[in-house]
Design a binder for this molecule. Structure first.
Ligand code: MG
Length: 309
């Protein structure tokens, strides 16, 4: 087995050196000296968070935010295919129902600031990745920040709460015990692709867990994956935000998002079934037939002949 030592860990060198190293590594690739989910990799130091404000159920969104969940209903959310979700409303929170699948927002978001509060099930059951596992995904289901009960629960570093799954461990472990409300504040920058699908700039995330910085401008190598490092494949910047069903009844509340960048019209990913319903042949009194079909990318395509405007 490889015997890797932690640089400077025992030398007591000034903290400044550590900070400089941290800054360098946070802008580069995931540290190549560790394999994905390497059990030898040092775990994030445990930090006791201050008062992030999540214990107040009445915490409110900023005035310019899109509220994705305010405790009343799941109207902003659906299953990945657009059908109604089976996740349930419990005590002003929405709870993952095992086996019901991921949920996603109806609306699409590119660069954004997301606030979300979550709580791991009590009593804690299972261990490692099996305890209080869910996840917050950007870019549809591509880029995951891990949600996991990491209070006195050991797992691999790059699968910890606040990790960018399989790529970047959180800078520290700022987890609270199961049952307590925890906050994520995440700044996501969508990757950019050229017209021919070449990566121009990678996805980036900065994240605070319970008010403590856990990701600092981390550059994703591609979609997060359990095994391997998947390469990027081109997609529009704006995609739904999704939450993972990993089989554990994790709860979420107070979810809001602020779109970053120039103001633009809201975009939505409509249910497949709804789009299918629009497909068909239409005729009008003063024009020829109009045909609506589903394009290979899932969007609706209009074709008509003899149609006069
Ligand atoms: Mg997960």
């Amino acid at each position: 087995a490889m015997n890797l030592s932690i640089p400077f860990a025992k030398t007591g060198l000034p903290i400044l050196i550590g900070t400089a190293l941290l800054t360098l590594s946070s802008h580069g690739q995931p540290d190549p000296q560790w394999m994905a989910h390497d059990r030898e990799r040092p775990l994030p130091p445990v930090v006791t968070p201050g008062q992030p404000g999540a214990q107040t159920p009445s915490s409110t969104a900023p005035s310019d935010a899109v509220v994705l969940f305010d405790g009343n209903n799941l109207s902003q959310w659906c299953s990945i295919d657009g059908s109604p979700t089976e996740w349930k409303l419990v005590d002003g929170a929405m709870e993952c129902v095992k086996g019901s699948g991921y949920i996603r927002t109806l609306r699409n978001f590119g660069d954004c600031q997301l606030h979300i509060e979550w709580s791991a099930p009590v009593p804690p059951e299972g261990q490692g990745q099996g305890r209080g596992n869910s996840g917050v995904f950007f870019g549809g289901t591509r880029y995951e920040i891990q949600v996991l009960d990491c209070h006195e629960n050991t797992t691999y570093a790059d699968g910890s709460a606040g990790s960018i799954y399989g790529q970047y461990p959180p800078l520290v472990n700022a987890a609270l015990p199961a049952g307590e409300w925890q906050t994520y504040d995440i700044i996501f920058t969508a990757p950019r692709f050229s017209d021919c699908g070449k990566l121009i700039s990678p996805a980036r995330m900065t994240a605070l867990h319970n008010g403590v910085l856990v990701q600092h401008e981390s550059e994703l190598t591609g979609p997060t994956a359990w095994i391997g490092r998947a390469p990027y494949s081109a997609h529009p910047s704006k995609q739904p935000i999704s939450l993972q069903d990993h089989g554990n009844p994790v709860r979420f509340r107070n979810i809001w998002v602020r779109e970053l960048g120039p103001a633009s019209k809201p975009e939505f990913t409509l249910p497949d079934a709804l789009l299918d319903r629009y497909a068909g042949a239409y005729s009008f009194d003063h024009g020829g037939p109009v045909k609506v079909t589903r394009a290979p990318d899932g969007l609706l395509e209009l074709s008509f002949s003899g149609f006069t405007m």
